[in-house]
Design a protein. Sequence first.
Length: 336
Amino acid sequence: MTKHTLVKIKALTKIFDVSKPFLNRLIEREKKQFLRAVDDVSINIVEGETFALVGESGSGKSTVAKMVVGLLEPSKGEILIDGIDLNDKNKPDELYKIRSQIQMIFQDPFASLNPRWRVEKIIAEPIVSYKLEKTTKAISARVGELLSLVGLDPSDGRKFPHEFSGGQRQRICIARALASKPKFIVCDEPTSALDVSVQAQILNLMSDLQDEFGLTFLFISHDLSVVRHMANRIGVLYLGRLVEVSNSKLLFDNPKHPYTRMLLDAIPDLEMSGKARNAIEGEIPNPINPPSGCTFHPRCPFANKRCYSEIPMPIKRNGAIVTCHGIEEGRIDYLK
């Protein structure tokens, strides 16, 4: 049985104006400057799956996440959730309805909770906003149920966020995300601010909740070991562009794009297999003035003249979608 495609992201692009103020530019005789944070990203996410976006800091992962939940407006492209275009302002009723189906778990549980509100008010806010319960008693009962779902006690609702540890605060954030009964949750590095010992607990909780409620996740992370545990499919971002999209097992067993290989080689070899590894060399270029052609060519050991001048287009290879001239031309052996 074919599963329903819940999220369709088409040619998503975000350009920021990072120019100096007009008077400064006039005096210094400088032109406007623009930063292309996300460039022509297209993703389909099937209902009930976890799609992960990975890449180094500055690759555009969080910008994609913020556009998908409506915190940033795209410069170009479409975001369709359950067939509804989030940027179509002509259908306010449909937009209002679909907004309750989308939630976000932020990276920093210390900054994403209002320190002046009690936990019960924080979790109740989506319930009140979307009028999911009619009475104060019903709202209070629902908050207690949500706290129990994430492994906390209903009596914890009377406390303030500063009375909890980092892992407990992230559980509160998850409870708040579940309050509106969403179908789709964007997770922006939800464990990166937590101790390693707590990360596994939070990830296991999220997996259990996904199985229980049939949730769909867009999971943002720079930690490939976390992604391996969580994701069904993975998209690799480099300087705002998708360079590889593949299912999780295939990507870890047989990475194709040179950048994906470099990312995987950077994972600590805890099994001490003795396998030859190549450390990631160089840094992500300045996105205000990116390299011509394939933006990865300054760091790529397989780059040739075509890579310097021509932007690669996505191609299908052995179950994956890759944007690489070397693979297209057969110069890089993508099969083991």
